[in-house]
Design a protein around this ligand. Sequence first.
Ligand code: GLN
Length: 245
Amino acid sequence: MARFTIAHLYPDLMNLYGDRGNLVCLQKRLQWRGHECHIYSVGIGQNIDFGAIDMVFMGGGSDREQGLVYGDLIKRADAFRQAIEADLPVLCICGAYQLLGESYIAADGQRLQGLGFFNIVTRVAQPRLIGNILLETDLVGQKTTVVGFENHGGRTFLNDQRLKPFGRVVKGHGNNGQDGFEGMKYRNLVGTYLHGPLLPKNPSVADFFIKAMAARRGMSSTITPLYDTIETFAHQQVKYKILNS
Ligand code: GLN
């Protein structure tokens, strides 16, 4: 048994559509396997000891909130970048994903500086890209589907050779509604536009993060399988609904 710690960045500012449900899912899946999971909230100005945590999670937020968070996050950019290079599992949703890139250009043309970790640019355009989305991904070493919900004005383009997309869009919009890709993957970092309960409906993605956390602790990367009957049923139902809509 081990005790895992997940840092939840800016829960009061970056938590649209119940993105926090992803943390509840990770915590439960660790507990069901006999581990403890402590989730600790990090607000503006609060310290993050990247060496003492097993994962970072940050949800989506509006342009205004992205601006507030960026001002704080940039102060920790070096430590955050080093942790990502050291394979820290990180999940960034929507507004948080956009902040990892060079810039975010809002509807009024204002340029919000990003953390600049990757050569990614996001520019807002009309209409907003909203709806249920179905992806195909090889995140877990075999092709699986991912179901979710997206709602973003930003069109994101990955111009960085180091990055892979999180998935290929089967139905929906994805990064920009044009190139058929959704999100990004680098080491154990996933950035995605998929909001809300992404991990509960996609247990293989949840277990990708749990395996990565366990591996960094030198624990067997093989984790006990869980009976995912309900989760798989939820996934299949949403998938069916998306494919038939
Ligand atoms: N403001 C960003 C956009 O609309 C992100 C919004 C969000 O996190 N849903 O593209």
